[in-house]
Design a protein around this ligand. Structure first.
Ligand code: HBI
Ligand code: FE
Length: 277
């Protein structure tokens, strides 16, 4: 989940280390929270076969963490040999540069707290269900895992270039809300849609949002909303396409973007290649 919050952050930041990581104190999860996790997992995994990309489905099925809130170290025992990534426990949203530094070192920050039963439909900040169900399965996909590390490295550089907003948009429209074309039609790979009961079918089926062929500068030119379903989704044909598009140094892209007007989240322009559902 991305998108900054202006209200006080939910998590307990009193025990953070210098890199904002904390211990996942498993004893603090109540039986009610374990039940809520099972409900959230059952609800989302029932939707996944119809709307998620195959890479996500295959990984989710092999991990099978629906029986209860996962232990980070148990998943790390599988994740590290698979793609070299490690989940690190954090209290919630991190400052951009801290977040990027973790990604650049193949560490994925996962919040330790679970939403309340009243937040089953919608939550602003990333909780453990969003981070785990939405993000963790694709960390097992080699190309996507490479993309995320490269994204983190780009973010560390972007801070110096005052280009964090552009990169935040790229993260939002790919890692959080990206769509991918498959031979079975449009599917999603975005953690924000995969962890949402309402937006998962919506992003693939609804006639309301714009769906635009991925174009790197177009994505980084586009604003986004953090408190509604997306009004625009960007569509790739493969993770390789995403990795290759973002491999070059971004410095000239930032210069070009500064000459362009920011686009509203619901805007389309004539150059857009519109993708039909
Ligand atoms: N922190 N824990 C956490 N998770 C995120 O997804 C996250 C973050 N901080 C910043 C952020 N995302 C976005 O601003 C990124 O685009 C940088
Ligand atoms: Fe997220």
């Amino acid at each position: 989940m991305a998108g900054q919050t202006d209200h006080a952050l939910r998590g307990d930041y009193s025990q953070i280390r210098a890199d904002y990581t904390v211990v996942q104190d498993y004893s603090r999860y109540s039986p009610e929270e374990q039940d809520l996790w099972k409900r959230l997992y059952a609800r989302q995994s029932a939707l996944v076969p119809q709307y998620a990309c195959n890479e996500f489905i295959d990984s989710l099925n092999s991990l099978n963490f629906g029986a209860g809130i996962p232990h980070f170290d148990e998943i790390n025992a599988k994740l590290q040999p698979a793609t070299g990534w490690t989940l690190v426990a954090v209290p919630g949203l991190l400052p951009d540069d801290v977040f990027f530094t973790h990604l650049a070192n193949r560490r994925f920050p996962v919040s330790v707290w679970l939403r309340s039963p009243e937040e089953v439909e919608y939550i602003v900040e990333p909780d453990i269900f969003h981070d785990f169900f939405g993000h963790v399965p694709l960390l097992f996909n080699k190309v996507f895992a490479d993309y995320l590390e490269a994204y983190g490295k780009g973010g560390v550089k972007a801070k110096g270039l005052h280009a964090l907003d552009y990169l935040a948009r790229l993260y939002w429209y790919t890692v959080e809300f990206g769509l991918i074309r498959t031979r079975n039609g449009l599917r999603t790979y975005g953690a924000g849609t995969l962890s949402s009961a309402g937006e998962l079918p919506y992003c693939v089926e609804s006639g309301k949002p714009n769906r635009i062929r991925f174009d790197l500068l177009r994505v980084m030119q586009s604003n986004y909303k953090i408190d509604t379903f997306q009004e625009t989704y960007f569509v790739i044909d493969s993770f390789i396409e995403l990795f290759d598009a973002t491999a070059p140094d971004f410095t000239p892209y930032y210069a070009e973007l500064r000459t362009r007007r920011d686009l509203a989240a619901n805007e389309t322009i004539t150059a857009d290649i519109i993708v039909k559902v």
